[in-house]
Design a protein around this ligand. Structure first.
Ligand code: URP
Ligand code: ZN
Ligand code: ZN
Length: 470
């Protein structure tokens, strides 16, 4: 493989900020220094005036995932290409264990999809929808031998993916002994189901009722319960897509007591609030994700928590559906729930907008530092999910996953120029300052301005180490 040098950029990691050259050899970083001397055979890239960041790591995406009757509209190919244009070079997506699909079969199927389509590197969490001795044995095997050390379990969606507390506890107890971690979707599913039934019985079918039937207090309740289960199981626990102040409160309390509790939030909870639901219009379906958007007050609390490390990372929960039925031939998209909000597929796109929106709305607004931005979007996810130091930093011997970012370039976000299959973005028309200019994946230039140079199937499955350590 050819050698490359990235000259004179401002290298920013979770802890560093300095100007230097980076020599890349055979996909990894071979040397970092000022005025490195190399031969004429080394291809040179001038990064003067640009930030040089470690490739983003997004630990919560849903490419080609099926929930109920609906499948997310991004394939591994389109979704990972979109991620790359947003400065992300590794995702951790989901493999689905179901009654008729074992944990190990789920990993095999997910890996096959990734191998065929992924344009960036990838790993998987397994969604576990039922626990018995075989499932537990397979989970242990997955941690030890398959490079899959994290598992998502749902406290919501009864009748489909929800599991009970005993199942969560059993799984936590097992993974805690073997270097794994349970990631929880924390909402009280049975109460939400009751509220949905009552709303529909009263003729409340509009998308806004999605939010009204998923109260913040029930995210708080489930989060508290999840923490107590983890404490009893003596296992670390991770909360996905944390949105409510009522949930954050319990995470902060537990962490202050030294309990290994971790949580992510997502850009949509940081930039949008529940005023989006103040309409009976079906267009509100674009804001249907779970948990729903919360109050402005909650939003401020999330920003504070990012600064104080009460929240450790920002993932996107990229779970894209289309607003227009039939867009690119996709069916059962958002309009599937036109007459019944509970049938609107839950989820929104976001894999391409994380870095520019957090840079613009976080760093430029003085809410988080540049180092913290890197930590939240690359280093912390790598450390927590067993990818570090191969991913998540710029250091000798790390993979040469490198993003050149112009922190002064203004541009307007629009779905029309994004690379996801979806037909909308919540950030439509938002002007941001800061743009991804070039992306290297293991030393290969895959994004050059607006040009795609990557390869379908060019992403590699990354066998992860233990999760839940720090
Ligand atoms: O609405 C959401 N978040 N959809 C994706 C599935 C999940 O719960 O993460
Ligand atoms: Zn979830
Ligand atoms: Zn999700």
């Amino acid at each position: 493989m050819s050698r490359k040098i990235i000259r004179n950029g401002r290298i920013v990691t979770a802890v560093d900020d300095y100007i230097a050259d980076i020599l890349v050899d055979d996909g990894t970083i071979a040397a970092i220094g000022r005025n490195l001397v190399v031969g004429p055979d080394v291809e040179s890239f001038d990064a003067t005036g640009l930030l040089v960041l470690p490739g983003g790591v997004d630990c919560h995406t849903h490419m080609d995932n099926t929930f109920g009757d609906s499948t997310t509209c991004d394939s591994f190919e389109s979704g990972t290409r979109s991620a790359a244009f947003g400065g992300t070079t590794t995702i951790v997506d989901f493999a689905f264990q179901r009654k008729d699909v074992t944990v190990l079969e789920a990993i095999e199927r997910a890996r096959a999809k990734g191998a065929a389509g992924a344009c960036i590197d990838y790993g998987f969490h397994v969604i576990v929808t039922g626990v018995d001795d075989q499932v537990l044995a397979d989970m242990e095997h997955a941690i030890r031998h398959e490079g899959v050390s994290s598992f998502k379990m749902f406290m919501a969606y009864p009748g489909s993916v929800m599991v009970d507390d005993a199942a969560i506890f059993q799984a936590m107890r097992m993974v805690g002994q073997h270097g794994g971690m349970i990631a929880l979707h924390a909402e009280n599913g049975t109460i939400i189901e009751l509220l949905i039934k009552e709303a529909l019985a009263q003729g409340h079918t509009a998308p806004k009722y999605h939010a009204l039937t998923r109260p913040a207090i029930m995210e708080g309740e489930a989060t508290h319960r999840g923490i107590k289960l983890a404490e009893l199981a003596e296992a670390p626990v991770y909360f996905v897509h944390l949105s409510a102040k009522e949930a954050l409160k319990h995470v902060i309390e537990a962490r202050d007591m030294g309990v290994p509790v971790f949580a992510e939030t997502c850009p949509h909870y940081l930039f949008f609030d529940d005023s989006a639901y103040d309409s009976e219009d079906f267009d509100v379906a674009r804001y249907v994700m779970s948990p729903p958007l919360r109050s402005k007050d909650a939003q401020n609390a999330l920003w504070t928590a990012l600064r104080t490390d009460d929240l450790q990372l920002v993932s996107t929960d990229h779970c894209p559906f289309c607003m227009k039925e039939g867009h690119l031939g996709k069916v059962n998209q958002k309009p599937y729930g036109r007459d019944n909000f509970s049938k609107i597929p839950n989820g929104i796109p976001g894999v391409e907008t994380r870095l520019p929106t957090l840079h613009n709305g976080g760093v430029r607004k003085g809410r988080i530092s540049l180092n913290r931005l890197v930590e939240l979007t690359s280093t912390a996810p790598s450390k927590l999910f067993g990818l570090f130091p191969r991913k998540g930093t710029i250091a000798v011997d790390s993979d040469a996953d490198i993003v050149l970012f112009d922190d002064g370039e203004r541009h307007v976000i629009t779905a029309a120029t994004q690379h996801s299959n979806t037909d909308f973005t919540l950030f439509e028309g938002h002007e941001v300052t800061g743009k991804v200019k070039k992306v290297f994946l293991r030393g290969d230039l895959i994004v050059d301005g607006e040009q795609w140079l990557g390869k379908t199937g060019g992403g590699q499955f990354i066998s992860r180490g233990e999760s839940g350590g720090w």
